[in-house]
Design a protein around this ligand. Structure first.
Ligand code: ZN
Length: 740
């Protein structure tokens, strides 16, 4: 205790230096790479990986070589990182269906309260504000959307790293005052899908990790030039790894082996050891207590973690803490067995489902040799610790459950604990995810074929697997939207109904409602949900059905009743609609969202853009009016002065919409203002460059394209920009050149 206190005080010297002018405490930068294995980095010994920026941080920091995530899936894992709680305690067990309750306290809330200005920039919709990790951040940038339906398709399906870096640096440069900051930046690039640039390399996964590393380098250089000489405490980790076939698992979020749980973790900054590799057992729950201790802030009781720097510096053996791990997504969505267990510095026990697995990680880090039979004492000791944690989990999980649970289901849930997907198997006899991982990977292959447009091949492959009882829920869940996509509505409806019957999963009912809406049977969609269910998605679907039935006032009432004062939920819905690249049948949904949030300029510009894309005389006329009004609002008021980034996003939609409508000069003007307001809009620069080359302005076009390619040679859009430049080269000054 004494040495721990001394270490905390020493690291907090800036707070207790009485005689000197009080230097300000360090700012804090937390960087997470999605889906990044511990061994995907140069400093971890991977000779093929070119990650110079992380390697340099490792050389001047403290690396934890044995660090583990608690869950191999994005939202639960980040929730653990930011709360310091294991998933069974914070209750967020899966993407999409849980949100961190507001009564939980995040690292951002703790630091904001202590005087840090906090902001986060994330790049996956599973981390959208509606899922609760925005708590404590004064700015939470989560602008993610697919852009594949834009008129010039540059194939960007995720928010790429460069946009995240730009957004973070733009926030930093606009800050006023001298408070230290806490900045969390999340890079999604290493997660599937791969960019065109990455696919052109020998190792597309490593190429995306390297891309994230180059963006980290740009972020660090930007911070340095904006805050020269200011101290910065840096923490880097990933939310989980990627299995690449180990134990039969293709990607992550299915099993809980260390191929997905062993993560990189490093700290660098004031008061930290330099160039040290520590073998101590480190968990994601340790990050919050470690950072609080480094900053000289009080520990908070109730957190299971420990200060890792003290642990790394300790001489002599410390008692090993206990870490939790789990995989719940297959249980929640497929009715498969919940998989979880506990670990200490040496042993890892998968306690559920039977048979238990015990690995001696010192001898067998790849978990090949189950030694449960040889070490019954260890199994018993860890099994008891696992049971204690399980006993506490139900209340937390129900608190975090995002979707409203109808009354008739509540009773069933009570008898099952929290388990949502339950049906055909008695408790304890559910399919074991470990046994079915390889078959699960085959379903992924079929889904991949569908994503590439090979629907019939995908449907045939899935239909061949649907008779396996264990696979049936997964196959039905995957097949149903493919049938719908192909206009096979009755098969889609049957698949959703069967999926719901097997698992009770809510998304089955949402998908069924979407199917009825697509089929033009809104009355059926309406009857799937009770009025005022309290459930976001149900309210939105009911409103769409009411609207399709011509009952517009009822639709408005439904939305107002549900979404009033809940802009986050609304933004999430908007993001979900946009993420899926809306189709003409989503028009009513977009209009309804706008009616519920009439003052949201980006939503309005978005509607104008899509109306322009979908076309038709009346839509085009309305789109023109909406887009020009949005432009006046963005340019005419002080919007650009007060929220340049937001105004630029509006003008981007305006520009692309007007381009689609044939108003090229207005489109070019709007995009010029957008990139002037927010210089980080590189994608808009490239697209503007392509437009200008079409508009016979080759000099300006070339300047924009070259500048973008030089600034971001590995960006997802870089190949398209290069093609446009090549076309300009081939037809220099040719007024009829068709670039791209
Ligand atoms: Zn992730």
């Amino acid at each position: 205790m004494r040495s721990r206190l001394a270490a905390a005080l020493a690291s907090a010297a800036w707070l207790i230096c009485g005689a000197c002018a009080p230097p300000s405490p360090p700012s804090v930068l937390l960087v997470t790479f999605d889906t990044t294995r511990h061994d995907a980095l140069g400093f971890a010994g991977n000779e093929a990986a070119r990650t110079p920026h992380l390697d340099a941080l490792a050389a001047r920091g403290l690396v934890f070589e044995r660090a583990y995530a608690s869950a191999g899936i994005t939202l639960p894992s980040h929730t653990t990182l930011l709360t310091g709680l294991e998933p069974h305690a914070h209750g967020v067990r899966d993407n999409g269906r849980f949100a961190l309750p507001s009564e939980e306290v995040t690292l951002a809330e703790r630091l904001t309260e202590a005087g840090w200005e906090s902001a986060a920039f994330v790049s996956a919709w599973v981390l959208a504000p509606a899922f609760g990790l925005d708590q404590g951040f004064s700015r939470y940038g989560a602008q993610v959307r697919a852009t594949s339906s834009h008129p010039l398709d540059l194939g960007v399906a995720q928010r790429p790293g460069e946009e995240v870096t730009d957004a973070a640096l733009s926030w930093l440069s606009g800050r006023e005052g001298e408070d230290p900051f806490f900045l969390w930046v999340h890079y999604y690039d290493p997660h599937l899908p791969r960019t065109e640039s990455a696919l052109a390399t020998e190792d597309p996964y490593l190429a995306e990790v390297e891309h994230a590393d180059s963006e980290l380098g740009r972020l660090l250089a930007g911070i340095d030039s904006l805050h020269p000489g200011r101290e910065l405490l840096i923490a880097f980790t990933s939310d989980h790894g990627e299995s690449f076939g180990a134990h039969g698992e293709a990607t992550h979020a299915l099993l809980a082996y260390d191929s997905t749980l062993h993560v990189p973790l490093l700290l660098a900054g004031p008061g930290l050891p330099r160039g040290v590799r520590s073998p101590v057992f480190a968990r994601h729950v340790d990050l919050v207590p470690t950072l609080l201790a480094r900053l000289g802030l009080p520990e908070h009781s109730g957190l299971p973690g420990r200060d890792l720097v003290t642990a790394a510096e300790a001489t002599g053996a410390l008692p090993s803490p206990i870490g939790w791990f789990e995989s719940r997504s297959p249980s929640l969505s497929l009715g498969w067995a919940p998989l979880d267990g506990v670990r200490d510095a040496r042993w890892k026990l998968t306690a559920r489902p039977a048979p238990v697995e015990l690995y001696d990680l010192r001898l067998d880090p790849n978990e090949r040799d189950n030694v449960a039979a040889e070490h019954p004492g260890v199994v018993e000791r860890l099994g008891r610790l696992h049971a204690e944690r399980l006993a506490a989990e139900t209340a937390a999980t129900n608190r975090a459950r995002r979707t409203h649970v109808p009354d008739e289901t509540k009773e069933r849930l009570a008898t099952l604990g929290y388990v949502e997907a339950a049906g055909q198997w008695p408790s304890g006899q559910e399919p074991d995810p470990r046994r079915w991982a390889r078959a699960h990977a085959l379903v992924d292959v079929a889904r991949g074929a569908a994503q590439q447009g090979r629907f019939d091949e995908a449907i045939a492959a899935l239909e061949a697997m649907r008779h396996s009882p264990a696979l049936r829920p997964l196959v039905l869940r995957t097949l149903a939207p493919l049938y719908r996509e192909r206009g096979r509505f009755s098969e889609a409806a049957q698949a959703y109904i069967a999926y719901e019957r097997l698992t009770g999963a809510r998304e089955a009912r949402w998908g069924l409602a979407e199917t009825y809406l697509a089929e033009g049977r809104p009355e059926r969609a309406l009857n799937l949900f009770p009025a005022e269910s309290g459930e976001d998605r149900a309210a939105a679907l009911r409103a769409r059905a009411l609207s399709a039935l011509g009952r517009h006032e009822d639709a408005d009432r439904e939305l107002e009743g549900h979404f009033k004062a809940r802009l986050d939920g609304l933004r999430l819905r908007a993001l979900l609609v946009l993420d899926a690249a809306p189709r003409p049948e989503d028009e009513e949904g977009l209009r309804l969202l706008l009616r519920a949030a009439p003052n949201d300029p980006e939503l309005r510009a978005t509607l104008g853009f899509w109306l322009a894309v979908w076309g038709g005389d009346s839509r085009s006329a309305e789109a023109t009016t909406i887009l020009r009004a949005a432009r006046s609002d963005a340019v005419g008021s002080d919007a650009i002065g007060s929220d340049a980034v937001g105004a630029a996003a509006v003008l981007s939609h305006v520009g692309w919409g007007l381009h689609k409508l044939g108003f090229s000069d207005e489109a070019i003007a709007a995009l010029e203002i957008a990139i002037a307001a927010d210089p980080g809009r590189h994608l808009d620069r490239v697209r503007l460059g392509i437009l200008l080359s079409e508009a016979r302005q080759p000099a300006r076009a070339r300047a924009l394209l070259e500048e973008s390619v030089i600034a971001r040679p590995a960006a997802a859009w870089a190949p398209a920009a290069r093609r446009a430049l090549t076309a300009l080269d081939a037809n220099p000054g040719d007024e009829h050149g068709e670039p791209g």
